[in-house]
Design a protein around this ligand. Structure first.
Ligand code: ATP
Length: 357
């Protein structure tokens, strides 16, 4: 196996006795688009700041290209960071903003001019050299912040919620731009967000964090289709997460012979979480599915309808392109292959119970 470009080994960090990262291990490959995803306060930014050198771990080691850089200052690391707040210098024009780092490094005027033009082209703002910061929109300012970072030709770009301040449409446009940019530059991106859709759209690898621990790490498809625990299932997309004991008899019916643990009393001896995505629930005519129910809520979401169906003592979240008005009698059907069964966590390193062949 090749050496990872960045390697965090047993990294712990506490602020005022509040343990934020607990023996975190994380390897980032060269040219990878890795996203740290998790709820507010889970330790994403702290991890990024430790990689960038803005924060020192209490214990543990940070390796870059196999070398220990734990004690190396941020400006001596081959990394650049883009923050949510663009932090552009308002008294400088765009060219001066982008050139700032290169001037400090003592690069020649011709070199700087060339690099600034190249960086502006990459972020689709050719010819913006003489514009003032105040004349740019939020999205344009963020692109300048990115240009200012990439002009230094870092091996790694660290991005801390860079699109967080933009409106939805602009954010989506910028997501595609960032993917294009990363592919053109051929460098490593480490991206922090609490927006699961953003993480799934952009990343090669998503790291789902909670309370300083990595809950799951994998491709967007793995994280979405094979969540390892109820936290991940709940955080990534909408889910029905049901305690097996609530629907024990129905569970056997739905799963049939596929999940023999239930038949052998696994559900009774050791409760499990049953996770079903709302788009995997089909609504059939009454009497034809597994559980009879009634539509209790209906919202139009643009591409689909979101419904809640009261059935078997549980309110099921269902997505469908068909509209079933409130009060409609329906029968729920779920393909057993779309059901995830997970042990309830006993400790941090609990695993999913595999029901896949
Ligand atoms: N410099 C600091 N001093 C004290 N506490 C801090 C400091 N930096 C972070 N923390 C605390 O550490 C915890 C993790 O913060 P961190 O910023 O890493 O989380 P996050 O996952 O990035 O959250 P958010 O999405 O809200 O930025 C939080 O409880 C935060 O208050």
């Amino acid at each position: 196996m090749s050496t990872p470009l960045i390697d965090l080994v047993n990294v712990s960090k506490a602020f005022d006795k509040n343990l934020v990262l607990d023996e975190l291990n994380l390897s980032i490959k060269e040219n990878e688009f890795m996203t740290l995803l998790g709820p507010s306060g889970c330790g994403k930014t702290t991890t990024l700041r430790i990689i960038g050198g803005f924060e020192k771990p209490d214990t543990g080691t940070v390796f870059f290209d196999g070398k220990d850089i734990t004690e190396i200052s941020p400006n001596k690391r081959s990394l650049n960071t883009v923050f949510q707040k663009y932090a552009l210098f308002s008294h400088m024009n765009i060219e001066e903003n982008i050139a700032f780092g290169l001037k400090i490094k003592g690069k020649s005027k011709a070199y700087i001019k060339d690099k600034v033009r190249y960086a502006l082209k990459l972020v689709n703002l050719d010819g913006f050299e003489k514009r003032s910061v105040a004349s740019l929109s939020g999205g344009q300012q963020q692109r300048i912040a990115i240009a200012r970072a990439i002009v230094n030709e870092p091996k790694v770009l660290l991005l801390d919620e860079p699109l967080g301040a933009l409106d939805l449409k602009l954010r989506q446009d910028m997501q595609y731009e960032l993917i294009r940019l990363k592919n053109e530059l051929g460098i490593t991106f480490v991206y922090v967000t609490h927006d699961q859709e953003e993480a799934l759209t952009m990343s090669d690898t998503v790291v789902v964090m909670n309370q300083g621990y990595i809950q799951q790490m994998g491709s967007p498809e793995d994280i979405y289709n094979e969540p390892e625990n109820a936290f991940v299932a709940d955080f990534i997309g909408d889910s029905n997460i049901i305690d097996s004991l609530m629907i024990e008899d129905k569970l056997v019916e739905i799963l049939g012979t596929r999940f023999s643990c239930v038949d052998t009393g696994f559900g009774r001896n050791r409760p499990v979480d049953v996770v079903i995505r709302p788009e995997d629930i089909e609504l059939w005519e009454p009497g034809k599915g597994t559980m009879e129910g009634t539509v209790s809520h209906l919202i139009f979401k643009g591409v689909h309808y979101e419904m809640e169906v009261m059935a078997g003592g549980y309110e099921w979240l269902v997505h469908s392109t068909n509209c079933y008005p409130v009060g409609t009698k329906v029968s729920i059907h779920v393909d057993p292959f779309n059901i995830q069964i997970m042990k309830k966590p006993e400790s941090e390193d609990e695993e999913a119970v595999g029901v896949d062949e």
